[in-house]
Design a protein around this ligand. Structure first.
Ligand SMILES: Nc1ncnc2c1ncn2[C@@H]1O[C@H](COP(=O)(O)OP(=O)(O)OP(=O)(O)O)[C@@H](O)[C@H]1O
Ligand SMILES: [Mg+2]
Length: 372
């Protein structure tokens, strides 16, 4: 209703058209008047006053003025109609666009004339039509993406399960099998060669110890993958506390102090990478100490995980052949964050893993809710 009432008001482009019209008429009148005066000065009377009527130039001017007024009225009416038509069409377009913005409903605009206005309306109709079609395509894509994401998640957990089954088979089940084989040989060996039997007993003991380490490392992997809402420093500190309790024969030290506030996704990636590093130490290093330190600079965080275990030759690790993924996963995770992963291992001395993570310093109070 408001739109309807407003379109009859003489404002906007209707007022502009009338004002232009008025200006043009006044200008034409003044110019003609000057021309007439000029001609009169030159002795040429443009409109001769009828003899004896007493009509002077002022009367002629009055006639001119009369014509001007009549011309003004006619052209104003004509222009008003024209401008009002344009205005109606434009107001209708604005109204339709607003409707479209508010509710997504768009009724195509029909302009009967064959001018630019009709083309504009046509273009608008086509544009909204295209937007509508793209929206439908986007909605379809969003649905497909959600479906793909669900499938990827299922695939990922399936992969994790496969890896776990493989690890349980390779690391634990085979080890248990050889332990039971060795144990069954002990009674006979005790009778035949007690010294050898004692040696085998020690071997079995270390096998049991190793299996225990493997199981602990596997349990590490079964821990929740998220930080459960904890900040990274706290999650790492509590992980180290937990390890100290569960592995009393090893020393776990975490010197983290104040870590910068990282985005949640970044923190989770860093946590998973360090979890992988710890798992490797537990499985392969036979270390007595594992230390985690942090060095924070203006835009970079360096986390270092060091064990004093048996180390290994990094160049010897052939991940493609063995199908091991731990080291590669740590590399990938750091690359994804725009950071860098370095593994320095010295056989017989130990292993040091360095995780370099870039970050942008954020205002503390901005994301105190920890959501972004
Ligand atoms: N801290 C460590 N101490 C000693 N050896 C290690 C250490 N970390 C890794 N390794 C050696 O590097 C190899 C590759 O490690 P990686 O994590 O890629 O594979 P993995 O642990 O054997 O298997 P997974 O795919 O389950 O991680 C290991 O098999 C091990 O021999
Ligand atoms: Mg590993």
């Amino acid at each position: 209703m408001t739109e309807k009432r407003r379109k009859w008001q003489i404002d906007g482009i209707v007022w502009d058209a009338l004002r232009t019209q008025f200006n043009a008429a006044i200008s034409a009148f003044i110019v003609t008047l000057f021309v007439m005066l000029g001609l009169r000065q030159l002795g040429m009377e443009p409109i001769s006053a009828p003899v004896g009527t007493g009509l002077e130039i002022s009367e002629a001017t009055l006639i001119l003025l009369g014509f001007t007024v009549i011309y003004l009225i006619f052209t104003s009416v004509f222009n008003y109609r024209q401008a009002a038509r344009v205005k109606r069409a434009l107001v209708s377009m604005i109204y339709q666009l607003k409707q479209y913005q508010r509710s997504g409903n768009y009724a195509p605009i029909h302009v009967t004339s064959k001018d630019e206005l009709a083309r504009l309306a046509g273009e608008m109709n086509t544009l909204t039509d295209n937007v509508e079609r793209r929206m439908v395509a986007l909605r379809r894509m969003a649905n497909e993406n959600a479906q793909l994401l669900r499938e990827a998640e299922q695939g990922a957990s399936l992969d994790e399960r496969r890896k776990l089954a493989r690890d349980l088979h390779d690391a634990v089940s085979q080890e248990l099998f050889s332990i039971s084989m060795s144990l069954s040989a002990i009674p006979k060996l005790m009778e035949k060669d007690p010294v050898k039997a004692k040696k085998l007993f020690h071997q079995i003991e270390s096998m049991v110890h190793h299996t225990q380490q493997e199981l602990r490392a596997l349990i590490m992997h079964l821990r929740p993958v998220t930080l459960e809402g904890k900040p990274l420093a706290l999650a790492l500190a509590s992980l180290f506390d937990e390890l100290s309790v569960k592995q009393p024969d090893m020393t776990f030290e975490a010197q983290l102090d104040e870590l910068p506030h990282l985005e949640k996704g970044v923190e989770e990636n860093v946590f998973r990478a360090i979890q992988e590093g710890i798992s490797n130490t537990l499985r392969h290093a036979a270390a007595s100490t594992l230390t985690l330190t942090a060095a924070v600079s203006k835009d970079r965080l360096l986390l270092t995980l060091t064990d004093d275990g048996k180390g290994f030759d990094v160049d010897e690790v052939d991940q493609e052949r063995t199908g091991n993924v731990g080291l590669a996963a740590m590399h990938e995770r750091m690359n994804e964050l725009g950071g860098h992963f370095t593994c320095i291992a010295i056989p017989g001395k130990g292993t040091r893993l360095e995780f370099r993570v870039p970050y942008i310093e954020k205002e503390k109070d901005v994301d105190s809710d920890g959501t972004d």
